[in-house]
Design a protein around this ligand. Sequence first.
Ligand code: UDP
Length: 341
Amino acid sequence: MRVLVTGGAGYIGTHTVVELLGQGHEVAIIDNFDNGSPVALDRVRELTNGPMEVHEADVRDTGRITRIAQDFRPDAVIHFAGLKAVGESTQKPVEYYDVNVAGSLSLLRAMEASDCGRIIFSSTATVYGEPEYLPYDEAHPIRPISPYAHSKVMVEQVLNDWAAASDGRAALNLRYFNPVGAHPSGRIGEDPNGVPNNLMPFLAQVATGARDRLRVFGEDYDTRDGTGIRDYIHVVDLARAHVAALDRAAATSGAEVYNIGTGQGYSVREMHAAFSRVVGRDLPIEIVARRAGDVAEMSADCSLARERMGWQARLGLDDMVESVWNWQSANPHGYRGSDAE
Ligand code: UDP
């Protein structure tokens, strides 16, 4: 298939493009390089030799992305481009709604102008909010807390209406749990701007010595060891979910929603222990107060994705932590430094 990938230079985007090219798809990337790197795409080219074109453009630039879509004529779009930091979204709500919601509307206009009727959208498990029961299934009530989560709910709603408005359209909303890990080559991985918000990239920077210790946000939760539990999913498994979703979108119509996780939760202490094991020393930690907005536990029921898309996660905790350390130790400064300079 011809697949237009927005945000293709980012963490999940690059891993997905590698899988798409490996499966024989043709790819056109749109990225404004706000939180992605051209070096990452050089590395994707190194790992694969499939057809890939790259356009530096903002998804909100409807005229520009319409021309790109009309030239490329995609069979489907995978829409990653967006802002993703929960905490930052409470400081900059207008920016978040503009990029995430207005950006998605702009993309739909470009798709309509190029007769493309299939979209796979990066949604998030944070749309569920405080759990009424666990694991969350797709029928769990939606109660977003942050502007970030609200922006994703809004786009899901737009896609539901867009898919229902015309025969033959398909929109798949993939609700990601906690993506971690890196490509086994160690050439691409997560490279956050500034201080990492998320647990795994923070731990990785403690391991390289770039940060002095991990601050554990609370050990008084009602969980098996008092620290927060999340459903971490290897980014390569997540990338493969998008390849499976393309086939599903070609075979169905209307809007669908899928949880994308493993079904297995790990606590902060368990992640810290696993990472320390891989690095070969006990990484320093400090217990601090809870972080506002965090829930005690999240985990996914992913049976719908297995039944309808034939997809399930295959990589476990060891693959996650080993691949992160493989990437971070070879690229201590991410894409800045090493062969970028
Ligand atoms: N966490 C932590 N210290 C950090 C970052 C995260 O203790 O520096 C905890 C956080 O409270 C949560 C888990 O690690 O229980 C995963 O947090 P992350 O930000 O990676 O994901 P999210 O909160 O989006 O699920």
